[in-house]
Write a protein that binds this ligand. Sequence first.
Ligand SMILES: *[C@@H]1O[C@H](CO)[C@@H](O)[C@H](O)[C@H]1NC(C)=O
Ligand SMILES: *[C@@H]1O[C@H](CO)[C@@H](O)[C@H](O)[C@H]1NC(C)=O
Ligand SMILES: *[C@@H]1O[C@H](CO)[C@@H](O)[C@H](O)[C@H]1NC(C)=O
Length: 499
Amino acid sequence: MLLETLVLLFFGALCANANTQTPFTSDLHSAASSTILAQENNITLQLNSITSEETFVALSHPRFPNHSVRIKKSTFCDPTVSVYTGYLDVDEGAKHLFFYFFESRRDPAKDDVMMWINGGPGCSSGMGLLFELGPCSIDMTKASPNGTNWNPYSWNKEANIFFLDQPVGVGYSYADFGETVETTEEAARNVHAFITIFFETFKQFAGRSLHLAGESYGGRYLPVFASEIYDKNKVAESEGRPSLNLKSIMIGNGITDISTLYEGRYQIECGTAALDVPFQQISTCVRIKSALPRCQALMRNSCIDQFDHMNCGAAVQFCDNEMTTAYWASGRNVYDVSMVCKEQDLCYPDENAVADFLDLTSTRQMLGAESPGKFTVCSNTVGRNFVSHLDKWAHHTQHYVAELLERDIRVLIYAGTYDYQCNWIANKLWVDKLEWSGRTAYAGQTWRDWLVDGHTAGATKKAGGLTFATILGAGHMVPHDKPAEAQAMVSRWLANQDI
Ligand SMILES: *[C@@H]1O[C@H](CO)[C@@H](O)[C@H](O)[C@H]1NC(C)=O
Ligand SMILES: *[C@@H]1O[C@H](CO)[C@@H](O)[C@H](O)[C@H]1NC(C)=O
Ligand SMILES: *[C@@H]1O[C@H](CO)[C@@H](O)[C@H](O)[C@H]1NC(C)=O
């Protein structure tokens, strides 16, 4: 989910103990809750050697002397697999990034590893876990004794998956002294450190295929995170160190190339890209259509061709005032044009239920969550900090996607057709004009329907490592709206088959 409401206020619219001899040591973390796992110097850790559900085991890595990982076993969410939760302590332990790790339901020793992150910026991956694709879902009927229901369509059906609350300040992640991370590039360094320590500590993952998945602001995060991993891999390889076997990124209803955003929104509300009949008032559509060229010219001049902080901010403000205010005022859900909400905040009552559940003392204890203050699904502070750098508008994130494709990292861009915020048209338009060596081949492909259980789930197109797929009748949170279709798509993607 994007940090929609908050950002609207600003710009009206977002799409949303080192041992130098031996590689792995575990040591006493300063927190009293930690324990010593092994005292030998040369140990090979397996995840299943972590057995404590009460206390964290702290792990450190000589190449990340200022980082450590604390991890414990948990009975949270999925009784059919092993579950672990913990923190990456970054920058001499001052910043703490929370993660959940679920083994694959199929073959944890062989299946790929996937990371899922939600967007915002500032939104917790706990939302993706409990509302979208995790092994259990929040129980809105209050019938379940543990507050959740097992999800048969979870993406850990065929992959080991971790959910990361990042950057610091999001979900259960926190900083000791008010430190912040305010740009995607800065966030990427912590994500790379986290994945590296995890993979190098638990030897069973060495060389295992890795996929980065997420939605919404993930369209900005993931290309940058993947590029950080790719570039650091090259350094590691040149120094004879292990690297991460990064295979793909998967972006759902993302914001990647800002140049197509408003055009896409126009086509959703004033065209037939989502619903069969345009649903916006004619007078509003005329106003939007008239403002669109100016909005695009302003953005091109001050955000895209060259970036000027103040002018770009003004351009975005103009675009949002002219182009998206009417949609928000319409009462329709910005994440699903087929839904009318009483109030924007109440489009998804599940959101509050997830926040309440993750804030329970019993839940926190089960997970080992140590963040001070109330759990919130999205952090306004983190969102505001990213906006203050115009993190979304200042960078050409699509170029990262092209560079990754040239290096054989596969890219899946998928989108539910009912989303307004980071809609499928905006995504289709930027993918169509993406500058990469497969551009002509991609343009030459025809769309075809893709099927799940005999019915059409959406349309897809592919060339080389790039696949685009729509999910018919799904909004922004695709795995929530169309769980079977989303899971089938992921299954095919992981197996390197056509969607
Ligand atoms: C650590 O163990 C591995 C495999 O048992 C061995 O090859 C290596 O030499 C050991 N390293 C040190 C520093 O003892
Ligand atoms: C670890 O932190 C110390 C003190 O802030 C700093 O001097 C050092 O460069 C850091 N090391 C790495 C590898 O970042
Ligand atoms: C929570 O309760 C539901 C419903 O009884 C059950 O299906 C699920 O397995 C339970 N989850 C855990 C983690 O025990």
